[in-house]
Each structure stands twice: as structure tokens, then as C-alpha cells.
Write a new protein. Structure first.
Length: 423
């Protein structure tokens, strides 16, 4: 069989499905972990923090060494770490003296793989022949969403079918995709990276105020997306008192569907859409969705806020990548690596902050909060989770501000260039 760049693109799509598996499988099992191992909200939130914290470390290391060891070897190593991590997730919690320690070790392994994939896949796709880079990037990231939909649907239904005591079967089954894709990356053709002398250095990138704004934008994109994505399952069950299967299907599953629809639409018709204006709309819609989730008077409206949030965040992550790639075409792996670092920083900080605030508001109910609980009919868990999501709303607010600054700065830069040309 002759492998072409089309096969390379398909391997990149499968790599993002692999990343969706390692980022979204454990949160679907949070209730199982909480009930079986007696974990608190902060502890399950800390698993997300560790996941993305380790991904940040992997991102930073890959920025320095990925060009040296090459894209192919990096891709193979990334898939090996994902496979090992998923297998350890199934084994270690049930054989170690501390189940929580077993969960942490497994998370560390697959987080290394996820971090490498985050830095690796986007520059590979960006290097492939073709003109519409922004659309290609959005379509690539849509496969993360469809992967998340598949993970939520299949995991939820299998968990219902086999029962929560047999949950370790699930991570073992999900290793089949990274195992298959590992062999694909051993064979598909890859474009060579740009020569080092043609690339911008990290110092040159960081000297630009636009790159600094792009990093903050990326951090807020990661936090806005992952906070709602990672907490929507447990929020639906304990915050809205819905059955788990209904909460998963109407919460994180619909969230991923809407996110995938948004990215697919931009991937197909992106050349007709102004990316900066689309990101401004996304930020505003995200704020509305968070407010709806927190303040909706009925569980169904709250879930619709969760789900529609997927559409609002759909362009944030790939949009930040595309804005940066267009602004710094010689950014290379260093640029994508730093963006991934800040995206993962947001992806770890947002969900952890939500869990921290949720626990804090439950432990230290002030007279004001006690009155709110009594008047609204909410229990302390509901109030805690809603408080955490309310605080996390700061991230889409900051993102909206960053996009407006980026847009105005780019417009001013164009005017200055035009005036220079006139003179």
C-alpha cells in the first residue's frame, strides 16, 4: 500500500481522537471514583489539574527537543505513553494500597502522551500542502470533539450495560485506537520541519505583544472549554440531580456535539468567515452559556447551557492556533508548543479552580449562602458546583477582552502600514 499525505491527515485526525480519550474518559468515571474510593470534589478536580499540569511539562520539553528527535519518533512515543496510561488506569487503582495514588500514576503517563500530541499534531497538519490553513486546523480540532462524543456515548452506555464494578474494562478497550494509530505513524509520509535558521526563536516570539495576547487568549480558551467539559457530567448528576446516563448524554455528550458542529462548519466554510469576529461572538455566547448553566431555574435549561457552551468554545482553541500561525508563519514548533502550554495551563487551572471553589463554598457556608440554600431549595453540593462554575466564568470574559485587543491592534497595524505606503 502506498501512503500519501491524505493518510497522514487521517492519522492526525485519529491522534486527536486519542487525545479526546485520555482527556475525557476519567471525568466520566469521577462519580465511580468518588463513590468507590471516597474522593472529594477537590481530589477529582486535582486529577484534571495533574493531567494538564503534566501536559504542560511535556509541552515545554517538546518545544526544546521535538525538532531534534523528529515528528515521527515523537508521534510514536506519544501513542505509547497514552496506551500505557490507559492500561495503568484500569490496573493500578485496584492493586495499590492507595487507589488515588494509582489514579495519579495513570494520569501522569497518559498526560505525557496527550501533551506530546497537542504540540505535535497541529504543526504536522499546518506543514501539509494546501492553502486554507485556518479551515484545515478547525477541521482537525473537530475530530477531538467527535472523539469526545464517541467516548461519552460508548463509555456511558457500556458502563450502564456492564455495571460500575467492571469499569476497568473501559480504559482497556479504548487503547485499541492509539495502538492502531501508532502503526499508522510508523508508515505515513511527513513533511520535514522548516530549517532552524528560518524559524523565529522563542525570544523573538515572546518579544511580540501580539504573541503575549495570543498566549493569554489560549489559556482562557483552554479554561473555558475544559471547565465545562470536565465538570458537566458530575454537575448534571449532583448539581442538577439527574440520572447519570441522562446527565452524560445531555451534558458532556451534547457539549461535544455542538463543539464538533462549530469546528466542522468552520472547517468547511472557514474561508468565508471572519475569524476575529467569530471569536468575539464565541466569547460573548460562552459567557451567556455559563450564566445560564449557573442561574437557570430548571435542570433542563441548565443542561442546555452546558450543551450550547460547546458551540461557544468550538473556535476558541483552533482559532488561537490559526491567529498565531497567520501572524507568525515562521513560529514553528516553538510557537505551537508555547500555545499548547498555555492552553493546557488554562485546561488545568479552570477545572481545578471550579473544584476548589465548590469544596470551599460547601465547607464554609456563610449566613448569606445558607439563606440562598434555604430559599432556593438547593443542597450544599448544588450550591458548591454552581459557585465553582460562576467563578470560572472569568475565563471567557478575559478571552473576549483579548480578542477585542488583538482585533483592534491588527486594524491599527494595517492602518500604519497603509500610511507608510502612502508616504
Amino acid at each position: 500500500m502506498i501512503y500519501t499525505y491524505k493518510h497522514t491527515l487521517h492519522a492526525c485526525y485519529a491522534a486527536y481522537i486519542t487525545q479526546a480519550i485520555v482527556n475525557n474518559l476519567a471525568p466520566l468515571l469521577f462519580i465511580v471514583f468518588k463513590n468507590n474510593y471516597g474522593l472529594s470534589f477537590e481530589q477529582v478536580g486535582r486529577l484534571i489539574l495533574i493531567n494538564f499540569g503534566v501536559q504542560i511539562i511535556a509541552d515545554l520539553i517538546s518545544v526544546k527537543y521535538m525538532d531534534t528527535i523528529g515528528y515521527r519518533m515523537s508521534a510514536v512515543l506519544a501513542h505509547i505513553f497514552c496506551i500505557v496510561g490507559l492500561l495503568l488506569l484500569a490496573i493500578l487503582p485496584n492493586i495499590l494500597f492507595s487507589p488515588y495514588a494509582g489514579l495519579i500514576i495513570a494520569v501522569i503517563f497518559y498526560a505525557i502522551g496527550g501533551g506530546l500530541l497537542e504540540v505535535l499534531v497541529s504543526p504536522i497538519v499546518n506543514s501539509l500542502p494546501g492553502e486554507e490553513k485556518e479551515s484545515a486546523m478547525s477541521l482537525l480540532h473537530s475530530f477531538y470533539c467527535w472523539g469526545q462524543v464517541g467516548v461519552v456515548l460508548i463509555t456511558t452506555l457500556l458502563l450502564k450495560l456492564i455495571g460500575s464494578p467492571f469499569w476497568p474494562v473501559l480504559p482497556v478497550l479504548w487503547t485499541l485506537i492509539p495502538i492502531y494509530n501508532l502503526f499508522q505513524f510508523l508508515r505515513v509520509p511527513l513533511m520535514p520541519p522548516l530549517p532552524e535558521e528560518k524559524l523565529m526563536s522563542l525570544k523573538e516570539l515572546c518579544s511580540s505583544k501580539f504573541f503575549f495576547i495570543a498566549l493569554i487568549l489560549m489559556m482562557c480558551a483552554g479554561a473555558s472549554e475544559l471547565t465545562m467539559s470536565q465538570w458537566s457530567s458530575i454537575f448534571a448528576e449532583q448539581g442538577l440531580h439527574l440520572p447519570k446516563i441522562m446527565g452524560d448524554l445531555l451534558g458532556p455528550c451534547l457539549f461535544a456535539v455542538f463543539m464538533g458542529i462549530g469546528r466542522t462548519i468552520y472547517g468547511i466554510w472557514g474561508n468565508k468567515i471572519n475569524l476575529k469576529k467569530a471569536l468575539i461572538f464565541s466569547g460573548a455566547l460562552c459567557i451567556i452559556c455559563y450564566m445560564t448553566t449557573v442561574f437557570a431555574p430548571s435542570p433542563i435549561l441548565g443542561l442546555m447551557g452546558c450543551a450550547l457552551c460547546g458551540l461557544s468554545v468550538s473556535l476558541m482553541w483552533p482559532g488561537a492556533f490559526s491567529l498565531s500561525a497567520a501572524k507568525f508563519p515562521a513560529g514553528g514548533t516553538a510557537m505551537f508548543g508555547m500555545l499548547a502550554v498555555f492552553g493546557d495551563l488554562g485546561g488545568s487551572l479552570g477545572p481545578w479552580l471550579t473544584g476548589f471553589v465548590s469544596d470551599l463554598s460547601q465547607r464554609r457556608l456563610t449566613p448569606l449562602l445558607t439563606g440562598i440554600v434555604q430559599r432556593s431549595g438547593m443542597d450544599s453540593a448544588q450550591l458548591g458546583l454552581k459557585s465553582g462554575l460562576l467563578v470560572a466564568m472569568v475565563f471567557p470574559v478575559v478571552l473576549l477582552i483579548c480578542v477585542v485587543i488583538f482585533k483592534r491592534g491588527s486594524t491599527l497595524e494595517k492602518k500604519l502600514c497603509y500610511n507608510k505606503g502612502q508616504n
